[in-house]
Design a protein around this ligand. Structure first.
Ligand code: 5GP
Length: 175
């Protein structure tokens, strides 16, 4: 791995502990309920895979794919659905899993669409949150880490499709 271009922000072990902690809280909060966990591709795939294996509840998973940053590190604010959910969410407890919330525009859009489909409840779980960058009124119920305005790669997050397989959460060094 080209470790010279990144600085580690949270190690693999720290992230694993954080994911366990989030899953324990979610398990407690939804006792006696069933969950539909909705992952936002592609960035959430690793976080989601680790998270659901630590949630001790009956659950189903589904995925949505929306357009994101592409190869740029600056948000365009443009959100487009490339792949919608496979199943109805009517009457279900939906937990949206996202890698990182930045401006919040993506999640605001997704939450708005899903809310119209009449779920029983809808909450958001993100591994990383950059509150200083917020443009939309979105507050995830479950947040792994609140971080400053840095560009993050690793643990599912990419820069031009690279670095997703890095096990740690890393800061991409400026070129
Ligand atoms: P938002 O709509 O909240 O501005 O952006 C959310 C999406 O932008 C995330 O799901 C992610 O795909 C991308 N994004 C935002 N910040 C970062 C970052 O620091 N690193 C990477 N790799 N993607 C980011």
């Amino acid at each position: 791995m080209d470790l010279e271009s990144v600085d580690i922000m949270y190690s693999e072990k720290e992230v694993a502990d954080k994911v366990k902690e989030l899953a324990a809280t979610i398990t407690r909060d939804y006792q006696g309920e069933e969950l539909l966990v909705v992952g936002i591709l592609k960035g959430a795939f690793i976080f989601m895979a680790d998270l659901v294996r630590k949630i001790d509840l009956p659950l189903a998973v589904d995925f949505m794919s929306v357009s994101s940053y592409g190869s740029s590190t600056v948000s365009s604010g443009e959100v487009r659905i490339n792949k919608d959910l496979d199943y109805s969410i009517k009457g279900k407890n939906v937990l949206i899993v996202e890698d990182i919330v930045d401006t919040g525009l993506t999640l605001n859009y997704i939450k708005g669409i899903l809310q119209k489909r009449e779920p029983k409840s809808i909450k958001i779980c993100c591994l990383l949150d950059k509150p200083s960058r917020r443009k939309a009124d979105i507050s995830p119920e479950y947040i792994g880490y609140s971080i400053p305005d840095e560009f993050i790669v690793g643990y599912g997050l990419d820069y031009a499709e690279k670095y997703r397989n890095y096990p740690a959460v890393c800061i991409l060094k400026k070129p």
